[in-house]
Design a protein around this ligand. Structure first.
Ligand code: GUN
Ligand code: ZN
Length: 440
C-alpha cells in the first residue's frame, strides 16, 4: 500500500453521485449526477474534477482504467459497533436479551489493549473491504477501545467519529464506568483525538437504561462545553426497551425526551433507530437539527420494528442508513439498502435507489455537517472513492444486461450487490483496498 497519494490519479468509469436530495419515490430525479465513462481526477488526495473519457489526459495523470465499472463516493455508515463483528449473526433473541446473552460478554474482551488494537484493525479493514470509508462507531466502555480505534482510523486516513461508550448501570462487571472517571476519560480522548486529522469525538451514551441520570447530565455538559463534539446513542429501537425507559425516567414525556432533558439533543446528535417515536419527537429532532441513523438489517434481524422513513422525512428530519453490526447482519451498505427497501415495502412504501443511495452518501455527510469533505464526487472533496462491478455472477449480470433506464440498473445493483462487487477503495486518494481475485 502506498504511504502517500500519487500526486495526480485519474480513475475511468461510470461516475454516480448527487447534487441534491432526491424526492421520495422519484425514479427519474434531476438530483442524480450520472457521468458514464468519465475520468475522475484526483490530486493530492482530493477530487480535482471529472472529464469525459474522450478528452485526452496529459502525461501528468496516472490513469487507472475501470471502464464499465461504477464509481461512487465511499459509503458512510452512521451507526456501527466495532467489537460486534464477534457476535454478528447470533441466534434467537430480541434486543435486551441479545445484549445480555451475546453482546456484553463480547465487549468485555476489549478491556485488554491488545484485543482492542487487533479488534480495531480488523473492524476498519472489514469496513473498507465492504466499500465504507467513513463511519460513526461505538467501541466499548473501555477508554483503550476508543483510543485504539482512533489510532487505527488515523493510520488508514479515514474520516471517523467515535468515543468511549458511557455505561454506569444495568451492565455486567467489567463493563461499567462511573461518572467521574468517565468524564476524565472522555476529556483525555477529546484532547488527544478530537479535530486531529480526520477524526472527531462523539459523546457516546449507549442508551438511556445503561446510564444514570447523573451520567446523562455529565454527557450533556460535555456536549455543551467541548466544541464540535458529536453525540451518538440509541433511541426507541424496541418496544420492551421503550417501556423500560418509561419506568426508569417517569418524568420524561418520551424516550427521546430523556435525552433532550439531559442536553443531548442537538444538531450534532446521531440517534440510531427511532422506530417507536411519535410526531412530537420528530418535531423535536427537526427543531434541534438532529438526525436518525436507520438500521434496517438490524431492525429486521432483531425483530425491532419497521422504521417510518416517510414520516421522519416529512417532519424535516434527515435519515441516513447504517449497518448497526452486530445487530445488523452485514457491513455491506448495498445489503443494508436492500433491507431498507424491504422494510419500506412492508409499510406499503417504495424506497427508490436514489433516496437509498443518497442516504449513505451525500445525505449522511450533510447530516453530519461534513458535506464538503465526504459523500460526493465534487471537486474539493476528499478522494474517498469506491470502484464497483455493476454485477457479480451470472444472475446479476443478466439482470444488469436486461435493465433499461438508469434507475432500473442502479436499483438492481443496490438489491443484488455486496462486498464481492467491490473492486477498489481509495481513501484520500490512497488505495486502501484492492480486490485480488476476479469473480467469474
Ligand atoms: N441498544 C443498546 N445497545 C445496543 C447495541 O449494541 N445494539 C443495538 N442494536 N441496540 C442497542
Ligand atoms: Zn447500535
Amino acid at each position: 500500500m502506498a504511504a502517500a497519494p500519487p500526486p495526480r490519479l485519474a480513475l475511468r468509469g461510470d461516475l454516480l453521485d448527487f447534487r441534491a436530495a432526491p424526492a421520495w419515490g422519484d425514479t427519474a430525479s434531476a438530483a442524480v449526477r450520472f457521468r458514464p465513462d468519465h475520468w475522475l481526477l484526483i490530486e493530492d488526495g482530493c477530487i480535482a474534477g471529472a472529464r469525459p473519457s474522450g478528452e485526452p489526459l496529459d502525461a501528468s495523470w496516472q490513469p487507472i482504467d475501470h471502464r464499465g465499472r461504477l464509481i461512487l463516493p465511499g459509503f458512510i455508515d452512521t451507526h456501527v459497533h466495532s467489537p460486534q463483528l464477534d457476535v454478528i449473526a447470533s441466534h434467537g433473541t430480541a434486543l435486551l436479551d441479545w445484549l445480555d446473552t451475546y453482546t456484553f460478554p463480547a465487549e468485555r474482551r476489549y478491556a485488554d489493549p491488545a484485543e482492542a488494537e487487533a479488534g480495531a484493525a480488523r473492524f476498519l479493514d472489514a469496513l473498507i473491504a465492504h466499500g465504507t470509508t467513513s463511519a460513526v462507531v461505538f467501541p466499548t466502555v473501555h477508554k483503550v477501545s476508543a483510543d485504539r480505534l482512533f489510532a487505527s482510523a488515523q493510520a488508514r486516513g479515514m474520516r471517523l467519529i467515535t468515543g468511549k461508550v458511557l455505561m454506569d448501570r444495568h451492565a455486567p462487571d467489567g463493563l461499567r464506568d462511573d461518572v467521574v472517571q468517565a468524564e476524565r476519560d472522555c476529556i483525555d480522548l477529546i484532547e488527544r483525538w478530537h479535530g486531529n486529522g480526520r477524526l472527531s469525538y462523539a459523546v457516546t451514551v449507549r442508551f438511556a437504561p445503561t446510564s444514570t441520570p447523573e451520567q446523562l447530565a455529565m454527557a450533556g455538559r460535555l456536549c455543551a462545553t467541548q466544541e464540535g463534539v458529536y453525540m451518538q446513542t440509541h433511541v426507541a429501537e424496541n418496544q420492551d426497551e421503550v417501556r423500560w425507559v418509561a419506568e426508569l425516567y417517569p418524568e420524561a414525556r418520551s424516550y427521546l425526551d430523556v435525552y433532550a432533558r439531559a442536553g443531548l439533543l442537538n444538531g450534532r446528535s446521531v440517534f440510531a433507530h427511532g422506530i417507536w417515536l411519535d410526531d412530537n419527537d420528530r418535531a423535536a429532532l427537526q427543531a434541534a437539527g438532529a438526525h436518525i441513523a436507520h438500521s434496517p438489517s438490524s431492525n429486521l434481524f432483531l425483530g425491532s420494528g419497521l422504521f417510518d422513513w416517510r414520516a421522519t422525512e416529512a417532519a424535516g428530519v434527515a435519515v441516513s442508513v447504517a449497518s448497526d453490526v452486530g445487530g445488523g447482519t452485514s457491513l455491506s451498505m448495498p445489503r443494508n439498502l436492500a433491507d431498507a427497501y424491504k422494510v419500506q415495502a412492508l409499510r406499503g412504501e417504495r424506497l427508490s435507489a436514489w433516496t437509498a443511495l443518497h442516504a449513505c452518501t451525500r445525505g449522511a455527510a450533510l447530516a453530519l455537517g461534513l458535506g464538503r469533505e465526504i459523500g460526493s464526487l465534487e471537486a474539493g472533496a476528499a478522494a474517498d472513492v469506491c470502484v464497483w462491478d455493476w454485477a457479480s455472477g451470472p444472475v446479476a449480470q443478466r439482470r444488469h444486461d436486461m435493465a433499461g433506464a438508469l434507475h432500473e440498473k442502479v436499483f438492481a445493483w443496490m438489491t443484488l450487490a455486496d462486498e464481492r462487487n467491490l473492486v477498489a477503495a481509495y481513501i484520500a486518494g490512497i488505495p486502501r483496498f484492492q480486490r485480488r481475485t476476479v469473480p467469474c
